[in-house]
Write a protein that binds this ligand. Structure first.
Ligand SMILES: [Zn+2]
Ligand SMILES: [Zn+2]
Length: 152
């Protein structure tokens, strides 16, 4: 299934860890600026590299993006296209986002941005968070009123 090419294979949002330095972050596109290229955590000395691009890695709290080649990055969690079992629309998952559309629900399922269902892996009763999201989606005004009443 997987073919080894020089194409971009890590999608934006994929959570990675640098194998040598150990930082963890999220893929945020690529760069073709060879002056920024790194190899095992250090700036590449010889720029006659055959690599045409390296990945930009966004790390929380850092204003600069780290640059690293594919080989130095370990994939912790892949951002990928999944198909919602409820509405059958496909969407891109966001590993680093919790309890928001595209991200992970606390039950472990991905939250569909279209119908807000989280994937029910077990086949048991629907996730309670899913119900809350549905209510919020269908009746935003009512929810707002409620939060005023409770002082939230
Ligand atoms: Zn859906
Ligand atoms: Zn859930």
């Amino acid at each position: 299934m997987l073919t080894k090419t020089a194409k971009v294979k890590l999608q934006d949002g994929t959570r990675v860890r640098h194998k040598v330095i150990g930082y963890e972050g999220l893929i945020e596109g690529t760069t073709g600026v060879k002056a920024c290229f790194t190899d095992v955590g250090e700036l590449l000395k010889y720029r006659d590299s055959k690599q045409t691009f390296q990945y930009r890695v966004f790390i929380k709290g850092e204003s600069m993006r780290r640059i690293a080649p594919d080989d130095d990055l370990e994939i912790l969690e892949l951002a990928e296209e999944v198909i919602c079992p409820q509405c059958r629309l496909s969407f891109r998952t966001k590993p680093d986002v919790a309890n928001k559309p595209g991200g992970r629900c606390t039950c472990g399922g991905w939250i569909c941005p279209f119908c807000v269902y989280c994937q029910d892996r077990s086949g048991q009763s629907p996730c309670p968070n899913q119900r809350k999201r549905l209510i919020r989606k269908l009746a935003p005004r009512k929810m707002a009123e409620q939060s005023v009443e409770t002082g939230g």
